[in-house]
Design a protein around this ligand. Structure first.
Ligand code: SAM
Length: 247
C-alpha cells in the first residue's frame, strides 16, 4: 500500500475514463481496508499495465464501481527472476509462506511433494491465487508471480537448469551447506536463481543425495537454529532479493 491509499488487483484492461465493476471478492477486499465513500482514491493494477489512479463511484445504495483516472507508474520489468520451490505443508502455514514470499518478490512459485511432506496436504490453487493477490495489494508489487502446478521432488531436480543456481536450504549439521549470505557473494552478477526449502520433516536421506549428485545445486545454511519451513523460506528469499536490490 502507498500511504493509506489501497491497491486493488483487477483483471480488466485499464484506460482513462473506464468504469470498473467490482467483483464481490474485490469489493470485500476493499471494504476490509477502507470505508467506501464517493470520491475515495484506490490504486488499481492488473499485472500488465502498471499502476493506475481510480476513484470510488457510488450509485444508489448498492452499486459501487471505480472510475479510472490516469496511469501513475509503468509496468516494471522482471529484475530478479527468483523461483521458490514450495513444500506442501499445513494449509494455514502454506498460506503464510506463500504470502511472505510474494511480498518479498518471488516471481515463480512451484509447489512440490517430497518424502516427508505433501502426503496428506493438497494444493488449493484458487485459495493460493487469493493469497497471492492479497500479498501484491499489501506490498505494492505490480508483477504477478507465476503459480505452477505441484511437481514431485524428483521432477523439480530433473527439470533444474544447471546454468542457474538452485540454493537448497539445509539445516545446520545436515549436508555441506555454507552460510547462504557467503554463498550469495559468488553470484552477484546473476539475476536468475531458485530456492528450495523442505517440509516440516525436512528432506530424506535419498533427497539429500539428489542435492549432492546434480549440477548447479548449492546447499546453504541459514544459521545454527532449525527454522520452520515458512521462516526458512522468508529468510532465504529475503537474502537473495536484498542482495540484488539492496532494499
Ligand atoms: N529436519 C528437521 C527436523 O524435523 O528436525 C526440520 C526441518 S525444518 C522444520 C524445515 C525446512 O526448513 C528444512 O528442510 C530446511 O529446508 C529449512 N531450514 C530450517 N532451518 C534451516 C537452517 N538453519 N538452515 C537452512 N535451512 C533450514
Amino acid at each position: 500500500m502507498t500511504g493509506h491509499i489501497p491497491h486493488l488487483y483487477v483483471e480488466d484492461i485499464l484506460h482513462s475514463g473506464s468504469a470498473l465493476e467490482l467483483t464481490q471478492d474485490s469489493l470485500h477486499r476493499l471494504r476490509s481496508v477502507m470505508r467506501l465513500r464517493e470520491g475515495s482514491e484506490v490504486r488499481v493494477f492488473n499485472g500488465r499495465q502498471g499502476l493506475w489512479r481510480s476513484y470510488v463511484k457510488l450509485e444508489g445504495r448498492h452499486h459501487v464501481y471505480l472510475g479510472v483516472d490516469c496511469a501513475l507508474k509503468e509496468q516494471p520489468h522482471v529484475m530478479n527472476d527468483l523461483t521458490l520451490y514450495v513444500p506442501l505443508i499445513k494449509p494455514q502455514r502454506l498460506g503464510n509462506l506463500v504470502r511472505q514470499a510474494v511480498e518479498l518478490g518471488v516471481n515463480r512459485l512451484v509447489p512440490f511433494r517430497s518424502a516427508y511432506g505433501g502426503g496428506s496436504y493438497t494444493w488449493n490453487g484458487s485459495r493460493m491465487e487469493g493469497v497471492v493477490v492479497g500479498a501484491l495489494e499489501q506490498s505494492g508489487r505490480l508483477l504477478l508471480p507465476e503459480v505452477c502446478k505441484p511437481l514431485s521432488f524428483e521432477d523439480v531436480l530433473r527439470g533444474h537448469d544447471s546454468r542457474y543456481p538452485l540454493f537448497a536450504c539445509l539445516e545446520h549439521g545436515v549436508g555441506e551447506g555454507r552460510m547462504m549470505w557467503k554463498v550469495l557473494g559468488d553470484f552477484l552478477q546473476g539475476r536468475k536463481a531458485s530456492i528450495i526449502v523442505g517440509p516440516e520433516g525436512g528432506f530424506s536421506a535419498e533427497e539429500h543425495e539428489w542435492f549432492q549428485e546434480r549440477e548447479g545445486i548449492h546447499p546453504v545454511s541459514l544459521g545454527r537454529y532449525i527454522l520452520r519451513s515458512e521462516t526458512a523460506s522468508s529468510l532465504a528469499v529475503g537474502m537473495w532479493i536484498s542482495s540484488r536490490e539492496g532494499f
